[in-house]
Design a protein around this ligand. Sequence first.
Ligand code: NAD
Length: 493
Amino acid sequence: MGKINFKNYGSQKNWISGCYEDSNSLEKISVISPYFDKEIATVPDSNVVDLNLAVERSKLVFPHWSKVNIRDRAEVMFQLKSILEKNMEELAYLIALDNGKTIEDAKGSILRGKEVVEFATSLPSILSGDSSQVANGITCTLSYEPIGVVAGITPFNFPAMVPLWMIPLAITTGNCFILKPSEQTPLSALKIAEYLKEAGLPDDVFQVINGSREAVEGICDHPDIKAIAFVGSSKVAKIVYSRSTALGKRALCLGGAKNHMIVVPDADLDSTAKGLLASSMGSAGQRCMAASVAVGIANIDPIIQQLVKEANQFKLGVDMGTIVSKLAFDRINNYIDEAEKMGADILIDGRNVMPPKDYENGYWLGVTILDNVDPSWPCAQEEIFGPVLTIIRTATLEQAMQIENDNIYGNAAAVFTTSGEIAKTISENASAGMIGVNIGVPVPREPYSFGGWNESKYGHGDITGKSGIQFWTNLKKVTARWPETEEPWKKYF
Ligand code: NAD
């Protein structure tokens, strides 16, 4: 296990104009490390005065940054990529300390964020635009223009990766970006601000406003913030989406999930058991791509037995970190208690596990597998966001498909089978934006975009890939006609 030593980072500030700046607010939020159940920092609970300052400064620099050649803007991303690689240990430690991930898991999340940084380095080619002669003597040119001052609001579970889904595309396309990171896990976002400065990003192109509800509502309401990307729970995603679009802003709000893995008896035993486990337990189940429901068709007992065998080898602190907070820990325990009362078979119980040495006060929950769950129970319908795999048994493929389709969310779905026909049927009929065939965590690699359907997303398009570029830009079309003389070049000679 990568060692996570306790450290207190003291009173953190906002990041304005390329340096740390005190907030106007006297309210502070305590940041607790889930490894130690102890405060590791405080961040200001910023107010609209803080936000107004950040927007004011960003507005002043936008006319200049938006006119910087895109190759020079992309150069910042080339630099950021090497800075992330060079500082991988430092950033991974901060993510682990405030979020509870293992160091390995934290590094994996940085690599996924870095993919978007790499994609952003290719924007000079991708955004070369289009131009053609649309009629005799008339040309049409299309270009991608930045929008202005834009903002991102991010969740606790991927404190560096989710900001890195947004920042590279938003600023390389020429916008100025204000980030409101999760107040539970703010440390790595502030570090990214330092990295961006080191990468050569001019001051005021990127600002960080710490805080909670007031800062978020301020972002939704501020007339000079033109577009908002949000990632978090569906409840808040819906609020942010309606509040900001009501004011005419562009918004893309990614929400929660309840992803299903449909398991067919013909699936490969070993890789399916591993796939189910990795998907449901990775990041201690605290990820929107966690497939937390396995829908087994007919007799999948050998696969479940193998799954239990694999799960029993899982080591806390090595294969899985902690739960983010005491509140989340209690919520997950309640789901398990309730499922037990309703009659679920608990194949593995992660409650009351032995914490790893040196982290006795951490919020530890072990692998939990609930079998023979009814599709109507809360543990089968709601987002638990913890290391709990719910197994539902069905007789037919149609029933399994129906269970997947009936769920209100639609982030991801997966099928484990050796039958091409079944894989095709499920891929075509699952009501989700990201589908895995024999892959439990079907996160598309760049340039394929990330985003779900249904109650897992409010707004159009996806957050990364070409879709992300479209979100952060306006299309401009110039149609030009120049007066034609018979031989226009002759007048010059
Ligand atoms: P959250 O909704 O509680 O918080 C997200 C952001 O919203 C934070 O910055 C927080 O400060 C702010 N916020 C919280 N309550 C608010 C309120 N009442 N008014 C205004 N702002 C508020 O989410 P979380 O617990 O940090 O993250 C976990 C959730 O995020 C899960 O539901 C998970 O599925 C989802 N998530 C989704 C994706 C995706 O791609 N769809 C990715 C990661 C996480």
